[in-house]
Design a protein around this ligand. Structure first.
Ligand code: SME
Length: 150
């Protein structure tokens, strides 16, 4: 089934209401988003843990690589630029980091905390080619803003 972002936002909002622990919030978002759509084969966060450095956070799916510098991968590009990365074909993305050989497409969004500080990135991998679009970027971005920046 394809995710209904308005409904997903309501569910995530209800589950996270009043919570400010970032790890708890990330774990809840990763879980709810992952199970909301069959396109999502790996769903998770990478946290900013130092200058130009990401480390894995809560996720769903097979094991993910633990450390990603801002200089590498799709996650690094999202962190470096502050822009959503919509990747229809991971093989065509220079420096893509393949945590699973089955991944064909990917979306990575920057995660902004209170005060507009970059706290991490949110990564979804799909085994389907060209699985993501601007609606996913909009819907997911709205949920991340409500949970982490609100
Ligand atoms: N594909 C990501 C790495 C994270 S694994 O996919 C979970 C990247 O290129 O940054």
């Amino acid at each position: 089934m394809r995710v209904d972002y308005a409904e997903l936002a309501k569910v995530v909002g209800a589950l996270t209401e009043g919570e400010d622990d970032v790890v708890s919030l990330m774990a809840t978002v990763a879980c709810e988003v992952h199970h909301a759509d069959d396109r999502f084969d790996w769903t998770g966060f990478y946290r900013v843990v130092g200058p130009e450095l990401l480390k894995i956070g809560p996720y769903q799916g097979g094991h993910g690589c633990l450390v990603i510098p801002f200089s590498r991968g799709v996650c690094g590009a999202a962190a470096r630029t502050g822009e959503v990365q919509l990747v229809p074909d991971v093989e065509a993305f220079p420096g893509h980091i393949a945590c699973a050989a089955s991944t064909r497409s990917e979306i990575v969004l920057p995660v902004w905390g209170k005060g507009g500080v970059l706290i991490g990135v949110f990564d979804i991998d799909s085994d389907q080619p060209d699985a993501f679009d601007s609606e996913d970027a909009r819907g997911m971005g709205a949920i991340l803003a409500a949970v982490f920046a609100g």
